[in-house]
Design a binder for this molecule. Structure first.
Ligand code: ADP
Ligand code: MG
Length: 274
């Protein structure tokens, strides 16, 4: 039995790290699946033109499929482009198609270019029935306008950190950018959560990185730690999360633990102690 407390109002997370291959998409998909398994209604917004989150959630994202591109550029409502994932009746995805690769440039000349996702999401969340408890936005590995839209639409940032050499490189740039967004575009934004991923406890390096991150970010870093696991990397090719692909595997258990921690801690509000 795995049931989680639901938040009073929807929690919107941006999963960000400008490095590629650190586990953003894997974390988005598996946390979303875990939260849905715990009884929450969850929306994943795929904001990476690669469409890896869409693939992993088993939703159609061939060219011409209505997608997040239409939300950003054509002001299509979210409910008209989202699809239910075969993963769970509580899990939905706004897919990304290859069109999105051009959106970064098209957005530049549009009005309200930084707030387009936020406007669409606010409209969606205030009318969705039944209500959604979580929105997870999967970002591309860059700090361009797509990622800015994600930061403006969210209240919480979740940073996956790969437990390897150079893990912390680039982190201060990311935190600076989050601070800039907070100052100028979204005063509600907080970096609330860090998740250590691809952890290999047999290496000293991984242990050192994990320890260093916990020292710098004791409140934000989740106790749950995602191990490096072949089952995690295999699951997307079956259009499944690791949680349905191999429920009892260590990778699945660790994502279930991480989701439970996020749900139990609740939303961190500015100025509040945890
Ligand atoms: P990002 O979205 O940050 O680019 P991904 O989530 O796509 O990163 O992960 C990069 C690669 O690492 C993918 O091939 C993925 O399957 C693999 N991967 C992610 N997390 C793990 C893990 N815990 N164990 C093993 N492989 C992983
Ligand atoms: Mg990705």
């Amino acid at each position: 039995d795995y049931s989680l407390p639901l938040p009073e109002r929807p929690r919107v997370f941006t999963v960000a790290n400008q490095k590629g291959g650190v586990g953003k998409t894997t974390t988005t998909v598996n946390l979303a699946a875990a939260l849905a398994r715990g009884g929450a209604r969850v929306l994943v917004i795929d904001l990476d033109p690669q469409g890896n989150a869409s693939t992993a959630l088993g939703v159609d994202h061939r060219a011409e499929t209505p997608s997040v591109y239409d939300v950003l550029v054509n002001e299509e409502p979210i409910e008209s482009v989202m699809q239910r994932s075969p993963e769970s009746p509580l899990l939905y995805c706004v897919p990304a198609t290859i069109d999105l690769a051009g959106a970064e440039i098209e957005l530049v000349s549009l009005v309200a270019r930084e707030t387009r996702l936020r406007n669409a999401l606010d409209a969606f969340l205030s009318s969705a029935e039944p209500a959604f408890s979580y929105v997870l936005i999967d970002c591309p590995p860059s700090l361009g306008l797509l990622t800015v839209n994600a930061f403006v639409a969210a209240r919480e940032v979740l940073i996956p950190i790969q437990c390897e050499y150079y893990a912390l490189e680039g982190l201060s740039q990311l935190l600076n950018n989050i601070q800039l967004i907070e100052r100028h575009l979204n005063p509600d934004l907080t970096m609330s959560t860090i998740l250590l991923t691809m952890f290999d406890g047999r290496t000293n390096l991984a242990n050192q990185v994990a320890q260093e991150v916990r020292e710098h970010f004791p409140k934000e870093t989740l106790d749950a730690l995602i191990p490096r696991s072949v089952r995690i990397s295999e699951a997307p090719s079956y259009g499944q999360s690791v949680i349905s692909y191999d429920t009892n595997s260590p990778g699945s258990v660790s994502y279930l633990e991480a989701a439970a921690e996020i749900a139990r801690r609740g939303e961190h509000r500015r100025g509040e102690n945890r």
